[in-house]
Design a protein around this ligand. Sequence first.
Ligand code: TXA
Ligand code: MG
Length: 322
Amino acid sequence: MKIYKATVKNINIAAKLLLKGGIVSFPTETVYGLGALACNKEAIERVYKVKGRPKNNPLIVHVYNLEQILSITENIPNEAYKLIRKYWPGPLTLILKYKNSSNISSIARANLKTVAVRIPNHPVALKLLKVVNQPLIAPSANISEHLSPTKASHVLKDLGNNLNDKKDMILDGGSTSIGIESTVIDFTGNKPTVLRPGGLNITPINKYVKVSYIESNANNTTPISPGLFKKHYAPNASLRLNAKFPLEGEAWLGFGKDPKNIDNFTKMNLSLTADLDEAAMNLFAMLRLLDKKNIKKIAIKEIPNKKIGIAINDRLIRGSSK
Ligand code: TXA
Ligand code: MG
């Protein structure tokens, strides 16, 4: 399997492969997705297989405009419209009522009456969606339960052997700018509920719509959403969270100024200036680099639980549960 630079020419080739039932990995602003036509049952079955993903975990449908959203969903609440107007394209996924007359494959939705939709904010993703001109499902392009990919090389490493040279393609659009998956908000229950904290900060959303936020969700063993299993986003190494300094045998993953006297440890830093956005962008790539060094245990500095730090902590808690 080869990686192709996301030029207009290669995006056009990728679109043709998708229309023939192939799988294309493409960058979004959050993480790399593993795309297939949302109406193509066989292609979607192969996406589940390539990732080793359980079939009861539904996929996000990606589109490029509101018209496409209206063709696959119904009864969009006014409150959801407020967020759509404000935040799309962007790192926000909405769970809406599925329109039965639409042709999104039921296996993509894990047979639910709802569907997850999002308009990604990335020129390559938007261009690809426009050329294909049909909705694409795109889970994160990693082996199920492992770290999401923020570079094309991560996709190649995780899934290269499971993809087909002739039918499939990996498009390289550089490192993703946000680095953490989209925020998922469910609008099909009694009140809008955040199912997954993510790249879009929840706090300002509350200005437009009051969302309830399942804070302790990462510790639940029974998932509220099929995809919210406890273990997820896990590196090979085990994680020790909220550490002050590394212990014998541990690598150090810092945030802000590093502790003194740790020169003998393998160490990386999510953001020396304690910038949460920078930390989110670096998180999965640094955990992958530490895995590459065959580190068995990583001590991670406390990350402030605000803004995108909430999503970082959610991923770290899930990543640390075995
Ligand atoms: O940023 C992202 O969202 C990336 C990029 C590629 O767009 N995609 C992504 O997809 O993270 P995935 O499949 O890794 O995560 C989708 C999440 C899962 O937690 C899944 O359970 C949830 O969305 N989901 C999908 N459909 C749902 C539904 N109908 N009801 C509840 N949760 C749903
Ligand atoms: Mg995922």
